[in-house]
Design a binder for this molecule. Structure first.
Ligand SMILES: [Zn+2]
Length: 157
């Protein structure tokens, strides 16, 4: 038996539909499949991953649908874009927390770990204020080697 949707997902689907309508667009079956896919993937994913998942839900979802739906998902705070300076961007289900997030990125396997870093937000504000500036955005990304990749490297030596 399918699980009844949680109140959170009903709320988010409402927010997504409202955002689409505000843009003068329709909540088509394909767009809703992309929405469902975006909500169901755990952790960070690429547009390609999202396309595979959305196509499993609705085979008529095209690549263009994905690329047009992503800004709608971001605009309605369903997902967050994570740019780690690679050719492709990563996406992550928005946790609804306003806490500043930092990313640890494994250089070798591209595993991304999100950590809450409220002190960084405070630091950015404090430093900017000292120079009479108001921060608009900031990010903290640490390039690292995950435990698995460290072991693999040691084994090869
Ligand atoms: Zn790794």
């Amino acid at each position: 038996m399918p699980k009844p949707p949680s109140s959170e997902s009903v709320e988010q689907s409402g927010a997504f539909r409202a955002f689409i309508a505000q843009k003068g667009l329709r909540a088509t079956r394909q767009r809703m499949a992309v929405f469902e896919a975006a909500r169901s993937i755990q952790g960070h994913y690429t547009a390609e991953d999202l396309m595979k998942k959305a196509r499993a839900l609705d085979r008529s979802v095209s690549r263009a649908t994905i690329y047009r739906a992503i800004p709608l998902l971001i605009g309605s705070s369903i997902v967050r874009e994570v740019d780690v300076g690679r050719d492709h961007k990563y996406y992550l289900a928005e946790a609804g927390s306003a806490t500043f997030r930092a990313q640890l990125i494994c250089e070798s396997c591209e595993t991304i770990v999100e950590v809450e870093a409220p002190f960084m937000e405070w630091y950015g504000k404090a430093v900017a204020a000292k120079h009479g500036m108001r921060p608009i955005s900031q990010k903290l990304q640490v390039t690292a080697l995950c435990e698995r990749c460290q072991k693999r490297k040691t084994a090869r030596l």
